[in-house]
Design a protein around this ligand. Structure first.
Ligand SMILES: NC(=O)C1=CN([C@@H]2O[C@H](COP(=O)(O)OP(=O)(O)OC[C@H]3O[C@@H](n4cnc5c(N)ncnc54)[C@H](O)[C@@H]3O)[C@@H](O)[C@H]2O)C=CC1
Ligand SMILES: CC/C=C\C[C@H](O)[C@H](O)/C=C/C=C/C=C\C=C\C(=O)C/C=C\CCC(=O)O
Length: 263
């Protein structure tokens, strides 16, 4: 807004108009995104969706046919810390972080918590340092992939469920960071989607003769593309901060309602 209307309330109007202009949807084209677990499944669709919107996408994955050597190199050499520094030094900024990597329930339950929760916390903290307007960054958005298993109990995967409840609580607790650092943090909670992780979970149930539980999970399956559309909605809508998006067969994309109380 170059020219001034000339009198005091003109300036107020200018400020007001500026504020209105600033609240448009976040433009993804040209932004820099990181997608952990981007080698397949939901993460791969996240990469495609962000690429289709013109973002530069850094894929961090330990197991992908196409870029396995790069991913291994990435992960061996860089890890999350170097991943973010590498992204910032290569592209100048980190604007979007999808903490998406995850593993299903397994015997080594500490691994489930380490990857599904600790890495989400670590990645969020590191990205916030890179993104924060307090550190010369330009702000940004962090999408933490939780699960409907982060809202509802999951007898078939109690530790997995605990990790996802943790992701939801952690993400919701960071809603003050938009005001202080220009960073929005949201959680996305898909229901069952046809990926390797889901298939591994079905196999475990079938092997344990829990055929009815497996049938129930398959009955409420959603599409991976639906999840990617939900992620894009969270990135583009800058009114979404500390939000918990649900993606279910029954209700499509909606948001978990919470009482506004905080501790
Ligand atoms: N598929 C489903 O039914 C649902 C999945 N989710 C969540 O979505 C996210 C993505 O899972 P899916 O695409 O379904 O599974 P997937 O197994 O198809 O893809 C997960 C990707 O993450 C990668 N990964 C695992 N550990 C990693 C690590 N330490 N560092 C880097 N990459 C790592 C894997 O190599 C894989 O490429 C996970 O957090 C999962 O818990 C949430 C709700 C539903
Ligand atoms: C052990 C892990 C096995 C599979 C994990 C899956 O990958 C995924 O993370 C878990 C999904 C869990 C889905 C659980 C319930 C889904 C319920 C519905 O979709 C019910 C419909 C609406 C509920 C919303 C409401 O209460 O209004």
């Amino acid at each position: 807004m170059e020219d001034c209307i000339g009198h005091d309330n003109g300036v107020e109007i200018l400020v007001e108009i500026n504020m209105i202009c600033k609240s448009g949807p976040m433009k993804i084209e040209g932004k820099v995104a990181i997608v952990t677990g981007g080698g397949q499944g939901i993460g791969e669709r996240f990469c495609i969706a962000l690429l289709e919107k013109g973002a530069n996408v850094v894929i961090a994955d330990i197991k992908t046919r196409q870029g396995e050597s790069l991913s291994k190199q990435f992960n061996q050499k860089y890890g999350l810390n170097h991943l973010i520094n590498y992204t910032k030094s290569t592209f100048g900024n980190v604007d979007i972080l999808c903490n998406n990597a995850g593993v299903p329930e397994m015997e080594q339950w500490e691994k489930v918590l380490n990857i599904n929760l600790n890495s989400v916390i670590r990645g969020t903290k590191l990205a916030m340092e890179a993104m924060s307007t307090k550190n010369g960054g330009r702000g940004g958005i962090i999408i933490n992939t939780a699960s409907m298993g982060g809202i509802l109990p999951m007898p078939s995967g109690p530790v997995y469920c605990a990790s996802k409840f943790g992701v939801v609580g952690f993400s919701r607790s960071l809603d003050t960071c938009y005001e202080s650092d220009g960073i929005r943090v949201n959680a996305i909670c898909p229901s069952f989607a046809p990926t390797s992780l889901f298939e591994a979970s079905i196999d475990s149930l079938v092997n344990a003769n829990q055929h009815e539980e497996a049938r129930k999970m398959k009955a409420i399956i959603i599409s991976i593309d639906q999840v990617a559309r939900g992620m894009i909605q969270l990135v583009e809508d800058d009114t979404k901060n500390g939000a918990v998006m649900r993606i279910t067969a029954a209700k499509g994309i909606d948001y978990q309602p919470y009482r506004s109380s905080k501790l």
